[in-house]
Write a protein that binds this ligand. Structure first.
Ligand code: AMP
Ligand code: ZN
Length: 469
């Protein structure tokens, strides 16, 4: 295969540097991203890795071909938070996880995220986890004690390399759970016993359930093999989750490299603190959508900040994004050929921006340049490429803009007539009054020497507009 036109460089947490991305097999570029624990609605912070890695997925599909990328994102559907939710609500675990999984897919779909090629659920891979744990015990990296199986961190010399900590530092800095059955306080659980009221599976160590970390090791091995290209997630997962995944996978499959590139998004914050369920400073994606914030606006706000920088969600940013997208749609209505747009390739400058460690801010500047040059067809194509809209949605929006425009025609004529009189009497009070009422009804008024143009703004209220006629 000839080298692709777009060079991709990615910041690799493992080497702490931006590296040229060279997939193991360009015919099958493989990426794994840690997914949600399904017991509740996703909060806005949970959506950040989804959107970030969706952009990377789109870029990889564009550069290597859509059939040459495999993206896997798991659902954690066995977890003590889920058990607690079932106990307090009296509902079945399966019912809670199925409902929450569908909520997640709906909410992320509203943000323009493509579904990964595989979305394995942890409970479907228990035998593979058990096999991996048995293998780790055999190889001397894990031990069974009191119904538990623990990974022996001292058996893996590179433990801590990803986050750059030594085992001793970790013991000093972390709130580790000390337990009598642990040989080293940093040893972590691969398997734990389940009482009768908790979900459990038969295993060589009795009825129990897996620890959290083993699921990603087992599922990525099953679906992507012992070496794959990219592993992603939020930087809150770097330690201990990713450190533990590496230890398990590299010890179980010493001939593989596990993930070559580790990518971590920074946190979405609220007043300088990570948005999280445990801090209670969260709102859900669903809340925002219900409040009428369109998914593409949320996506635009996310992409205006680089994924490796912390970011705040503010109403001001959302309003700015909404009016920008609104301008783009009006530009498309005026200047785009939407049939032609379907075959237009993404702008090279936008691909190059994304290839530069996902410089999404620069990619958005690329959209601005298309808009400034009235390149509506290209603008539409690139908005679709970046996941803001589907072509069907743009067609619907354009049809709405046209309908609103024709409904505004009589009002434009009325304003023009009042304005002509005012030009002679020099009394513009009536013009100003009508203009104000139009603004209040969400109409954007543009007056020039050539006449009056009215268009529907983001707060367009058709009932109020009708009343003005
Ligand atoms: P969890 O369900 O808490 O395991 O999180 C699912 C995903 O969301 C993981 O990749 C986390 O790193 C990510 N995540 C959680 N909170 C935030 C946040 N405030 N900002 C960005 N990513 C987050
Ligand atoms: Zn994981």
């Amino acid at each position: 295969m000839t080298a692709p036109k777009t060079a991709i460089k990615l910041h690799n947490t493992a080497t702490r540097s931006k590296e040229v991305f060279a997939p193991i097999d360009p015919q099958n570029v493989r990426m794994y991203v840690c997914g949600p624990t399904v017991y509740d609605r996703a909060h806005l912070g949970n959506a950040r890795p989804v959107v970030v890695f969706d952009v990377l997925y789109r870029l990889l599909r564009e550069v290597y071909g859509p059939d040459h990328v495999t993206y896997v994102r798991n659902f954690t559907d066995v977890d003590d938070k889920i058990n607690a939710r079932a106990a307090e609500s009296g509902r079945e675990i399966g019912e809670i996880t199925a409902e929450t999984t569908q909520w997640f897919l709906d909410d992320m779909g509203a943000l323009g995220a493509l579904e990964p090629d595989a979305m394995p659920r942890a409970t479907q891979y228990i035998p593979q986890m058990v096999a991996m744990i048995e293998d780790l015990i055999e190889r001397g990296h894990a031990y069974a004690a009191e119904g538990h199986v623990l990974f022996a961190v001292e058996s893996y010399k590179d433990y801590g390399a990803l986050s750059g900590r030594s085992v001793d530092d970790m013991i000093a800095g972390a709130r580790v759970e000390v337990a009598p059955y642990k040989r080293n306080p940093m040893d972590f659980v691969l398997w734990k016993p389940s009482s009768d009221d908790l979900p459990g599976w038969d295993s060589p160590w009795g009825r129990g359930r897996p620890g959290w970390h083993i699921e990603c090791s087992a599922m990525s091995y099953e679906l992507l093999g012992e070496s794959f290209d990219i592993h992603g997630g939020g930087n809150d997962l770097m330690f201990p989750h990713h450190e533990n995944e590496i230890a398990q996978s590299c010890c179980a499959h010493p001939t593989g490299s596990f993930a070559n590139v580790w990518m971590h998004n920074e946190m979405l914050q609220v007043e300088g603190k990570k948005m999280s369920k445990s801090l209670g400073n969260f709102f859900t994606v669903h809340d925002l959508l219900e409040q009428g914030v369109p998914g593409e606006v949320i996506r635009f706000v996310f992409l205006s900040t680089h994924y490796r920088k912390p970011m705040d969600w503010t109403a001001e940013k959302a309003a700015g994004a909404e009016s920008k997208l609104d301008d783009y749609c009006r530009m498309i209505e005026q200047y785009a050929d939407l049939d032609a747009a379907r075959t237009v390739k993404p702008l090279q400058a936008i691909l190059d921006a994304l290839g530069d460690d996902l410089n999404t801010h620069a990619a958005l500047v690329g959209l601005d340049q298309l808009a400034n040059h009235a390149m509506g067809t290209e603008l539409a194509a690139n908005l679709v490429f970046l996941g803001f809209f589907s072509f069907e949605k743009i067609e619907r929006i354009v049809a709405e803009i046209r309908q609103a425009k024709s409904r505004l025609e009589p009002l434009a004529e009325k304003l023009q007539a009042i304005r002509s009189i005012a030009m002679q009497t020099k009394d513009f009070s009536e013009v100003d009054a009508l203009k104000q009422r139009l603004n209040d009804a969400g109409v954007v008024v543009a007056m020039s020497k050539d006449g009056v143009t009215l268009s529907a703004g983001p707060n367009f209220n058709s009932a109020e507009v009708e009343a003005l006629k």
